[in-house]
Design a protein around this ligand. Structure first.
Ligand code: UT7
Length: 329
């Protein structure tokens, strides 16, 4: 059996409110809050100290302390991000050195957008169950402020920066904490709904892209919205079916925080009580792979999620990737 041993999170210090945004683009607090549930978001410093691997270092140190283990007890790092520090080397390897891990553990980056943390946890579960690893540090860390077009009001109001982590390991004998079931997938036919085509091998960034601001992320918001609600509801049902645990038995739903209306609609489709849904989108916006681990960590810190509770992670993102996890914390 496997379990989540501990969690951690780091949020950049700088707060950007909806009113601040209304000074940059034609928008206002009422529109943003009503349509998305977001009141403010955090933005990484560009002076250093808050790069994705810096945030991960701080969050991981917290998780290591809570789990009462040393950095060298980690034998695998899975780093989920679409905004890595740099193209090469991978962020997991950079984090390994920042944490002073000297055991030459496996370091793997995954780029599956907002589903990244759930992919990471589900992969960690498999690696541990097949004996490939014992303690896996799973990271979701994003600096989306770098990839957002700050003059496009349809997108810049949605995203923020932040990091959340979890350490996954074997369940000690006699304990009941367990990752019961996992579900992962992707539907590449929806790739046009949310993409960033410029800057890869096919079309490197040129001065024209920079001048025309065509190198940023672009999204078809309405299409994403429709797919999101359907996917999140299907994810939850699927992982319940796989685990043999009914949705009624789930204590907490921790969904990807993309839009409060997506979260509420998913809850309604599932007939799941809103008071059992963890929501923090008002404070941080959409931090992609980091939303679920930050929300999970905060709910534990606030005393909402307790050991023994049944928790369902539910994610979707660009790709269109999706995934869910059902666990007893
Ligand atoms: O992590 C996964 C990826 N993200 C998502 O899943 C996001 C999914 N989509 C959404 O959250 C929503 O579609 C948005 C929040 C992005 C947009 O909300 P919407 O209710 O779908 O608005 P809309 O795009 O249909 O725009 C409605 C109106 C338009 O004006 P008209 O044409 O009705 O006159 C927009 O021009 O609101 C206007 N608008 C804005 N007004 C003020 C669009 N953005 C803004 C803005 N401030 N920031």
């Amino acid at each position: 059996m496997t379990k989540i041993l501990s969690t951690g999170a780091y949020l950049p210090k700088k707060v950007l409110t909806n009113d601040d945004l209304s000074k940059i683009v034609e928008t206002n607090h009422e529109w943003i809050f009503e349509r998305t549930g977001i009141a403010e978001r955090r933005i990484c410093s560009t002076d250093g100290g808050e790069w994705p691997t810096d945030m991960a270092e701080k969050a991981a140190k917290q998780a290591l302390k809570t789990a009462n283990i040393t950095p060298n007890d980690i034998d695998m790092i899975i780093f989920a991000s679409v905004t890595p520090d740099m193209k090469l080397p991978n962020s997991a390897s950079i984090l390994q050195t920042k944490l002073e891990i000297t055991n030459k553990c496996t370091c793997l980056d995954i780029a599956v957008a907002c589903s990244g943390f759930v992919y990471g946890v589900n992969m960690a579960d498999s690696f541990i169950k097949t004996g490939m690893a014992k303690k896996v540090l799973v990271v979701g860390s994003e600096m989306l402020s770098r990839e957002v077009n700050w003059s496009d009001r349809s997108i810049c109001i949605l995203f923020g920066d932040g990091c959340g982590v979890a350490i996954v390991g074997e369940t000690p004998a006699g304990e009941s904490s367990e990752i019961h079931a996992t579900h992962l997938g992707s539907d590449g036919s929806g790739k046009e709904f949310f993409h960033q085509k410029i800057g890869g091998a096919v079309e490197p960034i040129t001065s024209t892209h920079l001048k025309e601001s065509t190198h940023f992320m672009t999204m078809k918001g309405r299409e994403m919205f429709k797919v999101a609600t359907r996917t999140l509801a299907e994810n939850a049902k699927m992982v319940c079916k796989k685990s043999g645990i009914s949705l009624d038995e789930v204590d907490w739903l921790v969904p990807h925080q993309a839009n409060i209306r997506i979260i509420e609609t998913t809850g309604k489709l599932l007939g799941f009580p809103p008071e059992k849904v963890i929501v923090n989108i008002q404070k941080y916006g959409n931090t992609s792979a980091a939303t679920i681990p930050i929300a999970f960590h905060e709910a534990i810190e606030e005393g909402k999620i307790k050991r023994g509770d049944k928790v369902l992670f539910d994610a979707f993102g660009a790709g269109l990737t999706f995934g869910s996890t059902l666990l007893t914390y």
